[in-house]
Design a protein around this ligand. Structure first.
Ligand code: ATP
Length: 338
């Protein structure tokens, strides 16, 4: 039987590192946090890291990889991890990596992602190939827009072209049906060891200034010319109407099943379906994140859902460490690496 004392858990100091490292320590692992110089304070103050390695830039990851490998460190990817390293570099990681690397490619390409989610039987907002096709409210999303900067709504081709006059016309965009409803981000965990899908919790994002626009009268919004932006500033926990849960489980299970056709080994570990729930209680999914999302951060001490199942504090970060621990103890570590 393997011993977790022979392994460490490592991640980059950002995004969900606090709960990943805290969860790893709760499961008995030693932890390593790779931090940008000047940004290590939270990881020291909350005492989640046994070792902090400071770098000038996360692109130095590959230079220190040998050091991580010498310590038998298992790397936990998170949202910032993928964006700092670049998804094209994820495949170059030689250290032990939790999760299937191949699936990141599917997540990073809008067309591949759409194919995957449709194959899983999910409802998706319609996509319009060209502005002339617009026949309902659409959200115009610019590629690479940090925090949805510059996104706007249009109801017709004419309105689209009118509003495009103010935008940088060289930027690539996608025209997506705008779903009127509430945003719900559903957090899942699928373990290859147990073969079971777990629903870990839900959140919505707290976005500036989309979430503050309602604080001023519509007239003032127009007079002052407020532009909607969606910079994420934090996450708000949500407990879902219980009768919706069967549908949520089914969606998660179908996404995992569909992923097994796309990439060797399929999706496992934490993932998130980001969508809108309309007044008829239809879930429209507009994105999948195939790794731990920051929306799980309110649940460092577990969510109402993980409490039901575990009867002990179980964050998504800790659930990852539990998966790795069980794999080590069953001599199946390879099962959770990819
Ligand atoms: P990410 O950082 O996850 O790539 P982003 O900041 O580029 O995302 P999105 O999350 O895609 O942008 O969308 C920004 C906002 O618009 C969010 O509040 C989201 O809930 C909302 N939104 C996105 N797509 C739709 C849609 N089809 N209908 C209604 N609202 C949407």
């Amino acid at each position: 039987m393997g011993d977790i004392k022979d392994y460490k858990i490592a991640t980059l100091g950002s995004h969900t590192a606090l709960q990943i490292l805290k969860g790893a320590k709760d499961e008995g692992f030693e932890t390593i946090c790779i931090c940008k110089k000047g940004r290590s304070k939270p990881y020291e103050s909350y005492k989640v890291a046994d070792e902090i390695i400071e770098v000038d830039d996360f692109s130095e990851y590959f230079e220190l990889e040998k050091k991580l490998m010498d310590q038998n460190a298992v790397i936990i990817p998170h949202g910032s991890f993928v964006s700092y390293l670049g998804f094209e570099n994820i495949g170059k990681i030689k250290a032990m990596h939790y999760g299937t690397k191949g699936i990141i490619e599917w997540e990073s390409d809008r067309d591949m992602e759409r194919h995957w989610l449709l194959d899983a039987g999910l409802k998706l907002p319609k996509i319009f190939e060209k502005p002339e096709d617009i026949d309902c409210t659409v959200i115009v999303k610019f590629h690479g827009a940090d925090g949805g900067q510059g996104y706007f709504l249009a109801n017709s081709p004419e309105e689209f072209y009118e509003r495009m006059k103010d935008a940088d016309s060289d930027r690539k965009y996608v025209l997506q049906e705008y779903i009127v409803g509430v945003p719900i981000y559903s957090h899942f965990f699928y373990s290859r060891l147990t073969g079971e899908l777990e629903v870990m919790g839900f959140d919505k994002r707290y976005e500036s200034n989309a979430d503050s626009i309602g604080r001023v009268a519509a007239k003032d919004q127009v007079d002052v010319g407020i532009q909607t932006s969606y910079t994420v500033t934090g996450n708000i926990p949500i407990v879902l109407r219980e009768s919706l849960l069967p549908q949520v489980f089914e969606m998660g299970e179908n996404v995992v099943k569909a992923s097994q056709k796309l990439s060797k080994g399929g999706l496992f570990g934490p993932f998130c379906l980001e969508g809108i729930l309309d007044p008829n209680l239809n879930f429209y999914t507009f994105e999948i994140s195939a790794r731990i999302v920051a929306g799980t951060n309110p649940y460092v001490n577990g969510s109402p859902y993980t409490w039901l199942r575990y009867n002990e504090p179980m964050s998504t970060g800790r659930r990852i460490a539990r998966d790795i621990k069980e794999a080590i103890e069953q001599d199946k570590l390879k099962t959770v690496l990819g």
